[in-house]
Design a binder for this molecule. Structure first.
Ligand code: GTP
Length: 798
């Protein structure tokens, strides 16, 4: 046996090359609440040399959770983007996302611009509900799994891996597994390091210096040898299912010896499988104890894609896209075209509005003219910066693949979350030389926001404060488009709506304490909607001065049933409403356009009318309309010399409203948000919790399972069940001992569908029902029509 050696896992001193796109990784950290995302991010920043001390969530001094509300509550609310370096000249742009379901939108918009993900799992809790959700949202993005909290009593590495295979339907590649020391026969094993399957070493972290790692080669006389042989065999067998080159090497060069394949060869093969989403590399550690984070960073570089290997965004036009290591992504064969997407807006107290963008192709230069193809705005970009947590580095340009920030007064009115921006790489005012029809109208498909489920009324304390209140609400919404504001036409009341109670609570907190708004916030109520049961009669408008429109309002399900390729569907808002333009003669719009006003402007004008009309609400209780469609018949026309969209706006708005008025009251239905809830309780509390769910909460119980029991999985796929059974996994010694010694009962998981209105303040209710032993996770499932005795109850309360 060779003697162990000490490695100083020195902090990265190299400056990443900003021009070599193959050395860039844009990654996100995703997981269930409290899995350890922020703790892991803090360690990554420290080990990369970006910070000089390690911040802790529990002490409220982390770099990425810098909002006062994040620090005081110990949770992530906003995703934070940070840039740091690792290994020889690699740059990592990392986004730490929130785990709470109320902030799902933050995760969705981050995933849109990321090329790879690190999924963090809590080794005790296993694969939790929100992890399943974000995993499915990150479909198609290569992922690495980090099984964290291996130091906790009850940690189960293999049990968690098994859940991962069955619940996420993925093969796994065990890159390292936990190593424990056993202080005494009756004592708990202590997690101290990992067995590195690829490099055939054991890594032990020293308690005295977090940067020092004790590395021991595993040779045939080592106690870890037998385990390593089994793990290597299993790893190579899984890789061989995808990678024929490895099979060839294994048979011909390594002579069928699993231990003879060099680490480089295996890493290359793992990368192939990971990029193809064939399997998920799995590592483990305990970030809080600084164990396992450096190998995780190595894995990010080795197994996750660079921007040229990543999937491309969905563009609205089918333009040719070429990808090469040297030139990166080139759209429409135009090397001068820069396309970027804004994915996050924040208001910094010193720098003002900051817009985070991901550049997909070309170069974004400071001081150059930019075209926002989503809104049609043209402006000059001010300063460009790269964010290192809350420290900004000013740069002259952002290259393809990079994530950076636009600042300056011009960006605040001109860019919102989700907008596509176009620029010329070389010329300050080069927009005119770009192709108008194809390049300047190129859009990355927008980020769809989920609908809000709760609202609260907001009133200024004094009448003179209304303007200041509106400005503060606008600032809040600019940062978080999953918050929504609406004004009731009749009462003039302003309603702020959000994704959950916590979401609104944080919004209220920020409004009062950060933006110093002098407002009164009402109690939280459910965001009900209304929908149509029947279509409106066809409304026709024909005037001598050349306007002709045929407009009809329909329930979404009616429009979906008859949907065909002669229709153009435009998504309206998160209320699941659409505008359908029947194509007809206007299909020839590009080659033979008879009007002065461009087609897109006409559509945008009608979209605005739809929004206003749907927001006015239905006839039952004036709740905003949901799942409705405005259909514009194909034979519409406008005066050819018309140069303003105002008349189109006016005509279409009044036609939609007339159509809605002609539908009888009884043909409107109230819709309520239905939530998917997962409650985790001890066996002894289950009866009471179930009784409350089915009784007071009107829940529809979907299933009751033992925690970690994957045999009754809903998405149960026999192939992956078999893969899980065949996967070689070491025994979970801490978990078994923990269960035997504490005799703790297994948790039960109740899954149900519940109307959101019955879940207000459920956190405190569950706490009292279970003496604080229960927990739950809730997310939006969909809207359902309210029937029976719930209907008069809802109408009475409004
Ligand atoms: N024992 C142990 N505790 C850990 C470990 N990593 C994180 N924690 C603790 O777990 C709790 C949650 O950690 P966070 O890093 O805030 O988790 P998160 O996933 O970022 O949480 P949200 O952002 O709110 O979703 C904190 O109390 C951490 O100290 C670990 O490796 N071992």
């Amino acid at each position: 046996m060779r003697l162990p050696r000490l490695k100083l896992w020195s902090q990265c001193r190299h400056i990443a090359s900003r021009t070599d796109v193959t050395k860039l990784r844009n990654i996100g950290i995703i997981a269930h609440i409290d899995a350890g995302k922020t703790t892991t991010t803090e360690r990554m920043l420290y080990f990369s040399g970006k910070t000089k001390r390690i911040g802790n969530v529990d002490e409220g001094d982390t770099v990425t959770d810098f909002l006062p509300q994040e620090r005081s509550r110990g949770i992530t609310i906003q995703s934070a983007a940070i840039t740091f370096n690792w290994q020889n000249s690699f740059g990592i742009n990392l986004i730490d996302t929130p785990g709470h379901a109320d902030f799902t939108f933050e995760v969705i918009r981050s995933l849109k611009v990321l090329d790879g993900c690190v999924t963090i799992l809590d080794a005790v809790a296993g694969v939790e509900a929100q992890t399943e959700k974000v995993w499915s949202q990150a479909k198609g993005i290569p992922k690495i799994c980090f099984i964290n909290k291996m130091d906790r009593v009850g940690a189960g590495f293999s049990r968690t891996v098994k859940e991962l295979i069955v619940k996420m339907n993925t093969r796994v590649l065990l890159i390292n597994i936990p190593v424990f020391s056993q202080p005494g026969p009756t004592m708990e094993p202590i997690f101290e390091g990992v067995l590195d399957v690829v490099n055939k070493t054991v890594l032990r972290w020293t308690a005295t210096d977090v940067n020092l790692v004790n590395i021991e080669d595993v040779t045939s006389d080592s106690p870890h040898w037998n385990e390593l042989v089994k793990l290597r065999e299993s790893l190579i067998e899984t890789l061989s299912e995808y990678d024929e080159d490895l099979v060839e090497y294994f048979l011909e060069t390594a002579n069928g010896d699993y231990m003879a394949i060099p680490a480089k060869k295996i890493d290359h093969s793992v990368r192939k499988c990971s990029l193809a989403n064939f399997a998920t590399p799995v590592l483990c550690g305990a970030s809080f104890r600084n164990i396992g984070v450096q190998p995780l960073l190595d894995a990010v570089i080795k197994y996750l894609p660079s921007p040229v290997e990543a999937r491309l965004p969905d563009f609205n036009h089918n333009l040719p896209v070429e990808v090469s290591n040297k030139k990166g992504v080139v759209v429409n064969k135009n090397h001068n075209l820069c396309v970027a997407q804004a994915f996050k807006v924040i208001t910094d107290p010193i720098r003002g509005i900051m817009v985070y963008v991901r550049v997909y192709t070309g170069v974004l230069n400071s001081g150059f003219a930019i075209f926002n193809s989503t809104t049609g705005a043209k402006f000059k970009v001010g300063k460009l910066v790269i964010m290192h947590a809350n420290v900004a580095e000013e740069v002259k340009q952002l290259n393809a693949g990079e994530i950076g920030v636009l600042t300056g007064s011009t960006v605040s009115e001109n860019v919102r979350t989700g907008d596509t921006i176009i620029a010329h790489n070389m010329k300050r005012d080069g927009l005119r030389s770009l192709n108008k029809e194809k390049e300047l109208s190129l859009k990355i498909n927008p980020i769809i926001t989920p609908p809000p489920v709760f609202s609260a009324a907001i009133e200024p304390r004094t009448l003179g404060n209304r303007k200041a209140m509106e400005e503060s609400i606008n600032a809040l919404i600019r940062e978080d488009p999953s918050l929504r504001v609406s004004v009731d036409e009749e009462s003039g009341q302003t309603l702020l709506s959000g994704m959950g109670e916590l979401h609104l609570e944080i919004a209220k907190d920020r409004l009062l304490n950060e933006l110093n708004a002098d407002v009164e916030v009402g109690k939280v109520v459910v965001s009900y909607n209304e929908t149509l049961n029947v279509s409106s009669p066809l409304q026709e408008h024909k005037s001598e001065d050349g306007y002709h429109f045929g407009i009809q309002v329909e329930p979404l399900e009616v429009a979906t049933e008859t949907r065909n390729e002669n229709e153009e569907w435009h998504y309206l808002s998160n209320d699941n409403n659409y505008l359908v333009m029947e194509k007809g003669a206007h299909r020839l719009k590009e080659s033979n356009w008879p009007y002065q006003i461009p087609y897109d402007s006409i559509v945008n004008a009608i979209l605005s009318s739809c929004l206003v009309a749907f927001q006015r609400g239905g006839k039952r209780a004036r709740f905003p309309l949901h799942s409705c469609v405005v259909r514009v018949k194909s034979d519409w026309s406008i005066p050819p010399d018309l140069n303003s969209v105002t008349p189109i706006l006016k005509i279409s708005k009044s036609m939609i409203l007339e159509g809605l008025d002609k539908i009888a009251d009884r043909d409107y239905s109230i819709l309520e948000p239905i939530m998917n809830i997962t409650v985790t309780v001890k066996q002894q509390d289950m009866g009471q919790v179930l009784q409350d769910l089915t009784g007071a909460c009107k829940a529809n119980i979907l299933s009751i399972e033992d925690e970690h029991d994957v045999s009754s999985e809903e998405n149960f796929d026999l192939t992956f069940q078999k893969i899980a059974e065949e996967q070689y996994l070491p025994s979970d010694n801490t978990m078994d001992k923990a269960n035997i010694s504490s005799g703790s009962s297994i948790n039960k998981i109740i899954k149900a569908l519940v109307p959101v209105g019955e879940m207000v303040s459920y956190t405190s209710k569950l706490r009292s029902l279970t003496q604080g032993r229960g927990s739950y996770h809730m997310e939006y499932s969909g809207m359902e029509k309210v029937t029976g005795d719930r209907l008069p109850m809802i109408l009475e309360n409004y």
